[in-house]
Structure formats: C-alpha cells, structure tokens
Ligand binder design. Structure first.
Ligand SMILES: Nc1ncnc2c1ncn2[C@@H]1O[C@H](COP(=O)(O)OP(=O)(O)OP(=O)(O)O)[C@@H](O)[C@H]1O
Length: 301
C-alpha cells in the first residue's frame, strides 16, 4: 500500500542527516511497526508521508501513485504531540476536524456517533477538552484521527496516557480497522505492543534501516540456540556431565522439577539424547528472543 524508496532527509542545510537510503514496503491491511531509538529518524519519515516536510532524495508511493496532496484525505495521523483545542467542546472539535478532512457535517456527525458508542464516551459530546483527563483527551484524539475513515492510519505512541483497560479498547479498535482493510503504521517504543499487534516491523538506527520483515522472522533471526528445559527424575552424575558439556544458566528447582536454560553447541538430536540420559524431559523449547531483546541487540551491535 505504501512504498518508500531510498529516502534521504537532512536538516540544518544538509549538516544533520535524519534518514538515509531508507526503503520500506508496507502491505495493505497490515500493522507495520516503525521502531528505533530516540532520534533514529522515525518522526522524520512520518512527517514526509504526511507532507509536513519533504524528503531531500527518494520517493514515496501510495497505492502505486507518487505521494501527492490528494493523499492527505486518505491519511489519519495521530502525532505524539497531540493537537486539540482546549477551549472547544468535544463535539465542535470533531465536526471541525471532520470538515477539514473533507467530510460533510452530516457524515462527520454520524461517524462521531459511531465512535462514541465504540469507545463508551457518549456523554462527552458537550464537554470542553480542558475538562477531560489526559487519557480521555487521548480517546478524542483517536476519534479525530479515524473519523474520516483513512485508508492509511499513522499512530505515534497511541497508547501513552491510557490505562490498561483503555489501551486494550484502542488496541481492539486498531485491529478491527486492520481487519476491515486499513493499513496502519505504528511508531512505538513499547515492544510488547509490537509483538501483540504488528505483522511487520522496520527498525531504524542512526538514520538507517537496520532490519525489517515479519515480526516472527525478525525474532527468529536473532535466536541464539538457547533452549529452555524442564526435567524430572534427574540423574545427578549425568547432570554433572551435562553441565560440563553445555553452558547452563538460570537454574531453578521446584516440586521435583529441575529447570534451566542451555546453550546448544551440538545438533538437536545429540542434545536430546544428552537430556534423556539426564532425566525425564518435561518441557523443551527453543527460546525465541522477544522484540525487546531484538531491539536492544540490533541497536547495540
Ligand atoms: N526540525 C529539525 N531540525 C533539525 N534537526 C531535526 C529536526 N527534526 C529532527 N531532527 C533531528 O533528526 C534526527 C531524527 O529525528 P526524529 O524526530 O525523526 O527521530 P525519532 O526516531 O522520531 O525520535 P523519537 O523516538 O525520540 O521521537 C534527530 O537527530 C533529530 O535531532
């Protein structure tokens, strides 16, 4: 749905490079995580898509068409710095932003009504923004972003400020929108949200893409041949031998079970034979690194 090719973005007359040689492809109806440490270049890219700023080099296409002002109507952008009017009522605000995105008043009203029901906020229509808490205002910002039914939704830290119940409510709505065909770019530092929601990710570090792909494939790439094992009926002599042969860590015992992590240096069948000699295998799993571990690894290497 969105394709970016060889994007370069600099500031300060070319002295500060924010993005270089940055290319990604975001499939239709997917959640695409844009990850990277502070200052990596994520917001610069998002601002290019939103046409708030321009790339120095490279191109962006949406549905095969080079990015142009017409696309703005089909994009919903929720920036990290939320931008609502404090003294306007929630209702007026929604109608105003809806009309800005080209909706008729009637359309904006009916969409707003739909979202107010979805998010259980029916009673807020006449409240001023200044009367709402941070999380409540955040819900309104979300409705403003999705009101015009954008085909491309760009969410920058959408869960900050939400309690866990409301975070889940918004998460469910994002997934529902994806299932209905919306393409979503999610920029976040919360790796557990990435694991739960993203189909694909790209990780930017120091202005360059350092990895991208399906979340599971990316996690697989970083696995280190570490297995998590639980044994019972352990033979202590053979356990000593196992300890000599393999690097074993995080050992624990409980209820007659012996659990540990083991770095495999053999092929898997030999490892299994060695474990069978040591005890009864209760569980045996290869450890797939979390996105948090992938992030730290990729950024520090
Ligand atoms: N308007 C600007 N003028 C000069 N430098 C800028 C400007 N905007 C961003 N930068 C610089 O470009 C780099 C990338 O910034 P960007 O905001 O894209 O990072 P980010 O990945 O979104 O970071 P964060 O996770 O902290 O939001 C940073 O070094 C930043 O200081």
């Amino acid at each position: 749905m969105l394709k970016a090719e060889n994007i370069k973005k600099t500031y300060n007359a070319g002295k500060k490079i924010a993005l270089q040689d940055f290319s990604i492809e975001v499939p239709t109806a997917s959640v695409y995580g844009l990850l990277g440490p502070n200052g990596a270049g994520k917001t610069s890219f998002i601002r290019i898509i939103n046409q708030i700023t321009q790339a120095d080099e490279g191109k962006v296409w949406i549905d095969g068409q080079e990015l142009n002002p017409e696309h703005i109507r089909n994009i919903g952008y929720m920036p990290e710095e939320r931008g609502l009017y404090k003294n306007m009522t929630v209702g007026d605000q929604l109608l105003y932003f809806g009309e800005l995105k080209g909706m008729s008043r009637q359309e904006a009203l009916s969409q707003a009504k739909f979202w107010f029901e979805q998010l259980n906020i029916d009673q807020w229509w006449k409240k001023k923004l200044s009367e709402l808490s941070k999380g409540m205002a955040q819900k309104i910002q979300f409705v403003v972003t999705v009101l015009h039914r954008p085909k491309l939704l760009i969410l920058d830290e959408p869960f900050s400020g939400f309690d866990p119940v409301n975070a889940n409510l918004i998460k469910d709505q994002i997934i529902r929108l994806k299932n209905e065909g919306t393409t979503i770019i999610l920029s976040t530092h919360r790796m557990e949200s990435v694991e739960e929601m993203c189909d694909f990710v790209a990780l930017i570090n120091n202005s360059k893409k350092v990895l991208d792909g399906k979340v599971f494939d990316v996690r697989e790439q970083f696995k280190q041949n570490v297995f998590s094992v639980v044994l019972s009926d352990v033979n202590s002599e053979n356990l000593e031998e196992l300890t000599r042969k393999y690097q074993i860590e995080n050992i624990g015992t409980a209820n007659g079970l012996f659990n540990f992590e083991l770095k495999n240096t053999e092929n898997q069948n030999i490892l299994l034979q060695d474990l069978l000699k040591t005890g009864t295998i209760r569980t045996f799993n290869e450890k797939i690194p979390s996105m948090n571990e992938v992030f730290i690894n990729a950024v520090q290497s």
